[in-house]
Design a protein around this ligand. Sequence first.
Ligand code: ATP
Length: 223
Amino acid sequence: MTSPIGILGGTFDPLHFGHLRLAQELAEGLVLGEVRFIPAGLPAHRAPPFASPQQRLEMVHLGMDGNPLFSLDEREIFKPAPSYTVETLLDLRRERGAMQPLCLFMGADAFLGLATWHRWRELFDLAHLVVAQRPGVAGITRAAATLPAELLDELDRRLVNEPEAMRDAPSGAILVHPVTALDISATQIRRELAAGRSPRYLLPDAVLDYIRTNGLYKDTYGT
Ligand code: ATP
């Protein structure tokens, strides 16, 4: 079976070291051939981003800094309507064929809300789910009281302990994988900028230079 492909969706408003480190550690931990960053156009689950699609795309491109493991996928970002992960995965599945393992990455915070996603159960037919334990969020375990019952059911049936399981099938497993705790969020970066403070060392210099050159996030009022 070919190397699994990792998929990291997000608003990347802006891209920061939390995203990059997550992608790097999962790529190495799971021995993936590629991680695709797929910036959302109009995200379905949250308020519209502050930076434009083009700006977010450029920030992801700059922040990836030519890492040969990373690629940038533009299929969602310019769509005028919200794109749903299930549709993006259907597209990728059509392109890459039935046997290609796909691994959808998400932080533990995103996983907790999975049961509210559009056609969420179909995601398991299309990809594996790799949940990165993000700092400050309760761990994902079978005993997690915070998980809704239907998600707990899926976790019970699908949880695997070894990254190798991602190679045995094209989709359907859930792996919880630790990543180095970097308690960085795009919200925090926007806040620092709006307050006139520097978010330096939370994100790549090239992304910060782009933000400054384009005058982004000056007016986000702490949101
Ligand atoms: P915001 O603060 O605007 O909500 P964010 O920093 O959470 O943004 P997103 O673009 O929404 O960034 O995140 C994309 C994906 O990356 C999500 O699955 C999210 O859980 C994960 N992620 C973001 N920051 C981190 C981090 N510091 N560590 C691990 N995962 C992260």
